[in-house]
Design a protein around this ligand. Structure first.
Ligand SMILES: [Zn+2]
Ligand SMILES: [Zn+2]
Length: 307
């Protein structure tokens, strides 16, 4: 099963072709207005009692600025043609091949960097270096990151570039006019909106209780993926779960014996207030313990690019 996005007017035609899976909400576009505010609050809350207090407080400043930018400098866009042509070509509408990186995200970079000046000299040096970059240099780095070539960009710079891009792409995703449909096809575990890697997966509360979704590291969309299945290779056998305290923990690592990768699963039924990026940082000790068992993380946390 793969998830594709089609324009609204094609939905009736698609519904005839889809199976029972279409009864499940397949994709949630982000709501950037509430998402960053909630994340900043969650980080401040977790920072009060965490092994990573300083880092959570640093990230909270970035996220608070992201929330302000959404409020004060929103983008205007009409993506009707983008969705229509992507559906025709059967590609993700905001994938780098279909929607090349432009320069609008760069407007968000300086305010985000300004939010964390004078914290320490390493961060200040990164900010000074990035401020010297030309638009072309910044675009080149953005393209490398969008292509998953993280090792080609200085880690500290990547954190700021990705944070600025995320403000831009989450708004694009929010404005996408298309609906998601499930179609038979190759197994794809990258974001059906922008083709980025997930941060982790989350088991939802509310009307979607018990369903599991992957959360995009760039555009913040969430897409459906069945539980008890490796999100990296589709394997359903010998999946092992680790947690730090007890079996009912709100965060576990889901480890695959087949491809030796793992991804965290956050469960809102256990903690309704969790935020996938904030709680991922707060549970880094679980990553260390899982990696000692020889599993490699398959997810990307945009605020951990510099660690
Ligand atoms: Zn995405
Ligand atoms: Zn696997």
């Amino acid at each position: 099963m793969s998830i594709n996005i089609v324009p609204q007017e094609q939905l009736a035609e698609q519904n005839d072709k889809t199976s029972i899976i279409s009864k499940i909400p397949l994709l949630f576009y982000p709501n950037p207005k509430t998402l960053y505010q909630h994340r900043a609050k969650r980080m401040a809350f977790l920072a009060k009692d965490s092994p990573f207090t300083d880092y959570l407080n640093f990230c909270a400043k970035i996220v608070l600025e992201q929330a302000k930018l959404i409020e004060n400098s929103p983008i205007k866009c009409d993506l009707t043609n983008t969705v229509a042509s992507a559906a025709q070509q059967k590609v993700a509408p905001l994938s780098i091949s279909h929607y090349p990186v432009d320069t609008q995200w760069i407007d968000y970079l300086s305010p985000i960097m300004d939010a964390v000046v004078n914290i320490n000299s390493e961060i200040d040096q990164t900010i000074e270096a990035l401020a010297q970059n030309t638009v072309q240099q910044l675009t080149d780095k953005a393209n490398l990151l969008r292509n998953g070539q993280f090792e080609q960009v200085n880690n500290n710079e990547a954190l700021f570039i990705w944070s600025a891009m995320s403000v831009y792409y989450s708004q694009l995703a929010h404005h996408l006019p298309g609906k998601a449909v499930a179609q038979m096809g190759e197994h794809r575990w990258l974001c059906p909106v922008c083709q980025s890697s997930p941060v982790a997966s989350i088991v939802h509360l509310g009307s979607h209780v018990g369903l599991r979704y992957l959360h995009c590291s760039l555009c913040e969309s969430e897409w459906y993926v069945p539980r008890s299945k490796c999100t990296n290779c589709d394997n359903m056998e010998n999946i092992t779960y680790y947690s730090l305290d007890d079996a009912l923990s709100a965060v576990k690592t889901e480890c695959c014996d087949h491809c030796h990768s793992y991804l965290k699963v956050f469960n809102q039924e256990r903690d309704p207030h969790l935020d996938i990026i904030a709680d991922d940082i707060n549970s880094l000790v679980l990553d260390m313990e899982t990696e000692q068992e020889k599993f490699a993380k398959s997810g990307v946390n945009p605020l951990l690019l510099s660690t």
